[in-house]
Each structure stands twice: as C-alpha cells, then as structure tokens.
Design a protein around this ligand. Sequence first.
Ligand code: DGY
Length: 351
Amino acid sequence: MVHNENGTKRVVVTKDLPGTRWIDILTAANIRVEVCAHEDIILSQNTIKTLISDGCRQCHGVIGQLTEDWDESLFEELRTAGGMIYSNYAVGYNNVDVKSATKHGIPVGNTPGVLTETTAELAVSLTFAAARRVVEADRYMRKGLYLGWAPTLMVGQLLQHKTVGIIGAGRIGTAYARMMAEGHKCNIVYFDPYPNKFLEEYIADYSSLLESKGEAPITCRKIDSVEELLQTADVVSLHCSLDENTFHLLNEDRLNMMKKDAVLVNCARGPVIDEVALTNFLQANENFRCGLDVYEDEPNMTPGLSDCENVVIVPHIASASLWTRSGMATLAAANVAMRLQNKPAWNKPDI
Ligand code: DGY
C-alpha cells in the first residue's frame, strides 16, 4: 500500500500499523509511505533488503518491527539507499545493532512512554492470573472437571501485603510497582543500577496515607544484589532491557534462590530468563507460578514449557491496547518526520 504517491522522500514501513495519525504525520512532511504487505510475520534479511532498495531505489527511512534483525548488513543497505533514520516500532531495541547504525550515520528511534501503563497492566494481570491459577482453573472448567466447591480446589496465593521485587525500575517497572503497592498494599524491593527516588517517595507518601487510616505501613527499598531480591520477594517481575548484563540473569542457580511458592513474571524480553532452566524449575516446583509474555526464541517455546500447569503464557501482548499501539505508530512516524525535516528532536534509545 502506498500513501502520498508523489512525496519527495521515500519511507518504507515493514508492517502495517494501527490508526491513521501516523500516516497523516508522514504525509504532512511530504513523505511517500510504502507499507509492506508481505504475508510472512517475520521478514527475512533478503526481504527487508528488497523492500529498502530493490537494488536501485532510494529509501530515506524505515519504520521496522522488533521481529526484524536490524544488523550491520541492513544498515549498510539503508545507508547506500540514502537512509537517514531507522525507527523501531517498540520501546525495546535489542533487535537493533545501534553501533552499526551509528557507524553508518543512521540515527535510531524508538517509542517510549506510550506503552508504560499498558505493559504494567499486563504484568499485573499475569501476576494475578498466575498467583490465583486463573488459566489453569479455566482449563479445568472447560474440561468438565468441576464437580462442586471444595476447600482445597485450585488454592493459590494471596498477594496483599506481600513483597514484590522489581528487576529494572524504569518507567514500566515503576508503574507496575505503583499498581501493586496502591492496589494491594505490597512492599516493594527493586534492583536497578540507579536509585528511583520518585518511586521511593511515592510509596512513602502512600504509606503515610495508609497509616493515617490506621492501616499497616508499606515500604520501598533498593536492593543492590539480585540474589537478595530473589530470596526476599514473593513476586518477582522483570522490567529490565535485554543486554549482555541481563542475558540469562535468571539462570538455574538464581531460580533456585527464589521462594518455592513465589510468582515470577516476565514482560521484558525472553532471554533474560534461561528458559530451559525455568521449564525444569516449573516442573520440579508445582507451587511456583509464572506468567510469561516473552520467550527466549520467539515464536518458539522450550519443549515442555506449555505442558506446565503452573505457567500462564501469552503471545508478547504487553503493549497490545489499541491506544498504545496507535500511540507507538504516531511516535514512530514522528521520529521519521522530524529527522527527514532536519528537526532535532526524536525519541531515541537511552544509551
Ligand atoms: C516493546 O515495545 O519493546 C514491546 O516489547 C512491544 O511493544
């Protein structure tokens, strides 16, 4: 599909995006927009290269997806075609070789902010779905196994007043912490290279409010060792980015440090957890529960993982609200339009 056929600059969008505002933004900047209609969900490097230049065409910018591997060869292709910007339709950018982009003089944009609350809401949903065995119970009902109320049927975990551990206390981790503290009076511990004064003060204020109503206070503190956090928390939620420091952060040894009836949630990136180790751990500890939005080798899953009753699995949908996905499209387009009009501001990875 092509928008603004006569635009002076050509931008390729590797997958159609929700909403229409993003098209208006690019069209207003006099950009010809070509949206790929390829059937494959994950595009190969060759398909992307053909989209960029087809061997001879100019391409001034690309809006691409987190399912694409934006490596040196793609940035070389884009630079040769006259590319000035690559805009990732995601806040995460582990699929982008930012060093190669920089080497080829191509700035990288991303879409922070608009997915904060939506992603945190899914993390909260997975937390409770896992703790209260919602999906397992749903399967049980559909199989016709329910014969009547019983004291021990589908007993799970109460999370009120429990300790929630956040790994990665950036925008999304902070929103999740707030939701768990305000909604469920959980104590918060977090592991992050930087202190999060906003979160600490927010929880302190909320705690004062609770005390003024005669309720028990809650706390928020930074923990400098991931091991201590894992040993302390009843719920652990991952909100860090994926890089060489966080790859397999939760390996077999660290999983074994967690409480055997804890809840683990991952809405960050799959490879932060060693998925084979997690599958073994879930098989060995039936009271340990997990909620996963992301996987080590998407769209594949480690054999045996989906057979575990104690894991809730959803297909990388943390940002999937219409408002957010349209907002991401708007930001991705604004990144391109600003750059192609030589204006300075666009959203870019915090590196
Ligand atoms: C992101 O933006 O990084 C999410 O994983 C998808 O919205």
